[in-house]
Ligand binder design. Sequence first.
Ligand code: NAD
Length: 541
Amino acid sequence: MELVVVGLPGSGKTAVGRRVASRHGAAFVDLDEEIERAAGRRIPEVFEAEGEAGFRRRERDAIEALGSPDAGPRLTRVIAPGGGAIVDSRNRWRLFRGRRTAWLDVRTEVLAQRLRRSPNVRPLIVGRDPMGAIRDLSVSRHRFYAAATRVAGIAEMGSVIDAVDRTLVGAAASGTVLLRAETRIGRIVIGEDVLAAEVATALQDLAARRAILVSEPGAWAAVGEGLASSLAAGGLPVEHVLLSQGEAAKRLSVIEDAADALSRLRVERREPIVVVGGGALGDAAGFLAATYLRGIPFIQVPTTLVAQIDASIGGKTAVDLPAGKNLVGAFHQPAAIVIDIAVLGSLDVRQRRAALGEAAKMAALGDEKLFATLEADGAAIAAGDTAATASGALAEVVERAAWAKVEVVLADEHETAGRIGLNLGHTLGHAIEAAAGFGGLLHGEAVAYGLRAAARIGEARGVTPAARARRIERLLDALELGMSPTGLDRNEVLGFMATDKKHAGRALRWVLPTADGYAIDAEVPDELVAEVAAGVLAGRS
Ligand SMILES: NC(=O)c1ccc[n+]([C@@H]2O[C@H](COP(=O)([O-])OP(=O)(O)OC[C@H]3O[C@@H](n4cnc5c(N)ncnc54)[C@H](O)[C@@H]3O)[C@@H](O)[C@H]2O)c1
């Protein structure tokens, strides 16, 4: 067994880790010391000579050099990484998987006091007001530390060590939590093999006396049934209601039947349902939760990549009408969203690839890290290559894309400003999707064509630097998205765009990529749109 001790600078990781290790006759690894040894200089000097990027490279190497964890029953190694090591998703993946974790959660006032007295120079804090610096770090890193088992509120060293010791007792959790955040739009947990445990915890927090799973045949076979057995094995009575599979779930008649089923189960006002499925099921069952008894709590268990990085986040629920998609709906935030990347294993390649169209959009909006990961590993993720899961690349893409959506939603929960950046690639994308007949192209596939169009229009308008436009298109090439001729008629596609414009009652506001973000352009000439659309629809890369 191995233990990783994490926490903010000054939280006592080294002192506590060393004492716990010695109590068990285990080895102790202070990662900062390892880095200093490898670099042949002190950490402030590494920062000075190589910058933070150089330091972080060394930190990644040191974590990689730890190798695989010892899975035996005795504690053999305690690892204390630097406070910032776990910000990087890959580092967390490598450190937390197969190891026990403890987060020393110490109050910021106490930390600031300790840091003022400390002889160690902390490069990210030095020269700043320690209290403010610590508070900033605490906010920006909380979700990463909170993935570990919390040890809080203890000042005295001996008691802290006892408390950390207690985290070693009992069976190891089967999976790995990578991120945990309590937000205004619900608890968000991301991990691997964490589904049953996290759903059980969320149900317990909602004082549920049973688990009512709402799913559809595809997601039920892939994920729901297994989840139901695990929850039942944990002693919870389990019920389930199945809606239709795919977009067919998003119909009012389906909601009526499902609401009937809930009333037969005598589901009450405060009783949560657990929504297990992709984006279509989530939209429909979310709408059911929003309207049954004027709203009951629900837990989202997104089972497709689209749902994990997009649809399950934001509280938008809806069903379709013959006149169009998502015409009847409500904002209803889930109590918790449990994102388990292990459920993606059964997803078909086309679904996976299409979802990466949305991830590419998030990257193009200015997430450089996500961009680089998609460039390096996107093709392998799309192909369902297990190496891309084992390396932590899939987890990184899910985490970054999902969190980017969380931040956009937190900034504008009810879409007063239209969450406009998220529309990158959607102006033409929606029109293509509509022209293909919904279901002809997957949403992410249509967005990829739209993203290419936005890059080309952006370049022509002098908004997108040529190199950035090339880079976006190269990424889409590597993901094999938006490449083949669509066979769609340009005028028909432009016709759908004109309808959108009429609905908006004003000129289309194009979201165009810049060097590191996006800009809005409401004056893109129709001729340019027509010319670019022709090229994109013909599948020329
Ligand atoms: N609410 C939002 O903010 C939002 C955002 C984006 C998309 N959406 C909606 O999401 C829908 C598209 O999402 P989707 O593609 O996830 O829909 P989906 O629910 O139809 O899932 C796609 C298919 O995958 C199957 N499936 C689900 N989980 C599986 C698993 N783990 N293994 C194998 N197969 C599995 C399903 O049975 C289904 O056939 C659209 O209706 C779109 O409007 C909503």
